[in-house]
Design a binder for this molecule. Structure first.
Ligand code: DQA
Length: 143
């Protein structure tokens, strides 16, 4: 049974609300986090972490080992560049879900390169904040 979940957001996701709305919608990260908490509805505890720094994200993933049953991660642009985040997720032994607001696979070619997908259990993308809520519901349905 899942008791606690860590939601990690990577670079520039602290700027949601100011980023291109056609890809990322109009909500701020704080608003999205509130929606996530409501969707989790006390099924499990949810913690939130955002950083613009690759190394800090890696340390957070390492610290999550044996502390959190699942990670939901939107690595932002590091999705397309970070072997190091791939390696950290590979070590993490809980459930790993990759999330993107935008239709990341249908955009520029450089966004089709993805270093995290093969070490995650599931991906939700292209539904704006709904992608995070889909991830929460996926976890709620794991018994
Ligand atoms: C993103 C997609 C990435 O390509 C981009 O660099 C982001 C956000 C998304 O949520 O759609 O910062 O991960």
């Amino acid at each position: 049974m899942i008791k606690n979940v860590l939601v990690i957001n990577g670079p520039n996701l602290n700027m949601l609300g100011k980023r291109p709305k056609e890809h990322y919608g109009a909500k701020t990260l704080a608003e999205i986090n509130e929606l996530i908490k409501c969707e989790a509805n006390n099924s499990f505890l949810v913690d939130f972490y955002q950083s613009n720094y690759e190394g800090d994200i890696i340390t957070k993933i390492q610290d999550a080992i044996s502390k959190y049953d699942a990670i939901i991660i939107n690595p932002g642009a590091y999705t397309h560049t970070s072997v190091a985040i791939h390696d950290a997720l590979e070590i993490y032994n809980g459930i790993k879900i990759e999330v993107h607001l935008s239709k990341v696979d249908e955009r520029e070619d450089f966004r089709k390169i993805n270093f995290v997908r093969d070490v995650c259990d599931k991906t939700f993308a292209g539904k704006l904040e709904g992608s995070y809520l889909d991830a929460i519901n996926y976890l709620k349905n794991i018994k």
